[in-house]
Each structure stands twice: as C-alpha cells, then as structure tokens.
Write a protein that binds this ligand. Sequence first.
Ligand code: HEM
Length: 420
Amino acid sequence: MNRHTDTPAGTELLDLPMPEPRTCPFGPAPVYDRLRAEAPVTRVACPTGLTAWLVSRYADVRDVLGDAERFSSRPGQVVHLMAHADPERPIGEGEFTRMDGPEYQRFRRHMGPEISSPRRLAKLRPLVRAVVDERIGALAAAGPPADLYQDFAIPVTTASIGGLVGVPYADRDLFHTAASGVFSDVTDQVQLAAAVRPLQGYLFELVRRRRVEPEDDALSRMVARAPSAEPPFSDVELVAMSAVMLVAGFDSTATALAHGVLALLNDPGQWARLRDDPSLVPGTVEEMVRLFGGGAGIVREATVDTEIGGRPVAKGDYVILAIQSANHDPEAFPDPGRLDVARDTEGHLGFGHGTHQCFGQQTARLELTVALEALVRRVPSLRLAAPLADVPFKTGTSVVGPERVPVTWDEILPAEGEGP
Ligand code: HEM
C-alpha cells in the first residue's frame, strides 16, 4: 500500500521527506496537494527522529511564522532534516537564529542596517555588477557549454556576500566548507565541528584585525558598533554573526538563481518575454523565490497550548512550516506551479515572514536582479544544453535545487561600457 495516497488523510504518521520521484522538479513533492486539501496540519516523522506537525497551507504557515509569541524559533530552522542539530541543545553564544524576543532583537538591530539599509545596498550594487560581468566574460572566454550553477551562480553569490562581509574571494573555501557541513543531513557533531571551526578561527582573527585596521565592510562596522550594544557584543558573538551571513548567504541565493534560470529556460516563452521586456526582471526574481524558496521548510516550537487551522497543538510540540507548499497553495496563488514572469507575487513566503524573516532578502534580491538582467541582455540566446529530465538535483542538503544547470548559447554580447 502506498501510505501517502491510500491512507485516510490526517490519521497516520507520515514520513518526511515526502516521496519522490516528482513529476515536476520545480515544486514541492506532489503529496502536498493532497495534504493542503485534506490534512493541512498533520503529524510527520522526520529523518532526524523528530515528530512534528507539518503545516502545508499558505494561511496557516503565514499565521505561525507571523506569531513569534506562540511559536518559538528555539529548535533551529531545519532541525527536522539535519542529523547534527538537536532541537533541545543549549543555545550557543551568538546563535541568534534560535533566539526569541529582546534577546533576538539585540542581534537583529545590530546586523540589519549593515546588510540591508538602502545605503549599504547602493554600495553593494557596483560590486555585484562587476562580479556578474566578470563571470559572464569568463563564460564567453571558455565558450559553451557551461554549468550555470557552478560556473556562474556560485561564484557570483560567493563574491557578493564575501565582499559585503569583508572576506576575500580567495578565502571562500572556508565558508563553502562550513555551509556544506551546516546544511548537510549526514554530518555528526565531530564532522560538523571540523567543517565549521576553520571558519570560526579565521573570523576571530579577522575581527581582531578589523578592530585595529577597519575597512569599508560590514564586519568592520559591526566590530566598531559592538561596544554600544547592550550588553556589548563579544568577539564570539561577532564571529557568529558574520559566519551566519556567509554561510546562509551564498548557496541559498545561488540555488534560487540556478533553479529560477532552469525554470525560465525550460519555458522558452517566459524567457523570451523577459528578454523582450527586462523591466519584468524584478518581478521575475520574486516569482523565482516564490516557486523555490524555503524548500526544506522551517521548524518552530509551540510555546503555549494553541491551535493551527483548527487543529489543537500542545505547548512544546514541534511544527514544520512547509514554505514551498504554502507558496504553491492555489488559494494564495492561482495556477501556482506555473512560472509567470508577470505574476503578482505579493505576500509570498519564500524569504519567510514575521520576526525571523530573511535578514539577507534585500541582498539576495539585488544579486538575483543584477544577475538576471545581465543574462537576458548579454546572453539572449541562452538555452538548456540537456533535457530537463537529465538535470540532477542535489541530495543530502537542506538547500533544495539543481546540482548542475547545463546551458549553451550562440553569442555573448559585451558588458555595458565595453567595446563590441
Ligand atoms: C534567495 C535567497 C534566499 C532565500 C530563499 C532565503 C530564505 C530565508 C528564509 C525562508 C529565512 C527564514 C528563517 C526563519 O524564519 O526561521 C531566512 C533567514 C535568514 N537568512 Fe535568508 N535567504 C536567502 C538569502 C540570504 C542571504 C543573501 C543572506 C545574507 C546576507 C541571508 C541570511 C539569512 C539570515 C541571517 C537568516 C536568519 C534570520 C533569523 O533567524 O532571524 N539569506 N532566509
């Protein structure tokens, strides 16, 4: 018996992750359509041993994310998929993603302006543009075919977040290795520490150096402001803040870009529309994040006896918000599985919602917009070099998306200001 289709809805403990294969690689597993309709708040067993409520409807997911009083972030974001992350472990010094209330706001207030103020974004834009142009130039020099994920998206987002925080591109392996440990489903504590410690040691040194010789980067500014926080930030906390930005900031954005361009190229009519009207790029970026963001889901813990969508939930219960399923809820977005470059995406949850919503969303929007604008302008003949069915998807990571995006083209046009 296929327990995911034959069982009366809501009466059985389902297993996460939901079964593959998918008929379409762009959306949540097909079973979510039935769950939204019949069992929108249902019990699931996670590969990490956690048992939780899985919430799949847009309205319920938004309700939970928007109420940090009833639902705490304490367990950790993707603790349902990462074997190394025990939801009951003590919160580490500076581990703000698991904090609530004023304790959490102390961090958010300090980091927010350094990442997402209009002034900072305006300064970041030329850096991102230069990296994008340089990478497209490298594609032109090497000639087709290429892997748009590894050869373009990863270097662009790595250089952008490194530039923002203040970590040179040459040192990128440190945060790439840390991220592959943090987001993996197989790493035990020893392996995790081995993946993360070199980055922490490096950042400690960098914090000390920037205190003496500040530069024009987010780390220097956070170090300079640290004594004015209440209480002042310790070096451990400064290291934790910069590590999270680096680790959370590059593959999430690279994967959203790779996934989004894959979907666009798989629907040549949409690609042509964008190419003919680049003013649609910012809206397309939102649509890409609506379709693919938050694929792994996010965990919360009920702080009181409560209910979600009419289903009683007890204090201490874990809750998994299936963000991608919410963004594919036809009640919120008509014909939700279709990529539509002109869609009204207002209110999508791809960057989360409420108190803990993505810190880096403006940075991600900037990177995705600059990258997509440059691709449609300079590589108008961009197309897939392999059938969609042959595109491999990543496994063993909570950053859900394609492992490679094989592309080809006829011609690459010069960057703005470059000769023909
Ligand atoms: C398209 C790219 C991205 C997507 C889809 C994405 C998605 C998300 C989501 C859904 C959350 C909410 C977690 C929660 O509610 O518990 C989040 C949090 C976060 N994101 Fe992003 N993100 C992206 C890019 C970035 C970038 C570029 C940065 C760094 C500059 C970043 C830094 C963070 C941080 C620090 C948090 C934790 C916020 C907290 O717990 O308070 N993200 N992200």
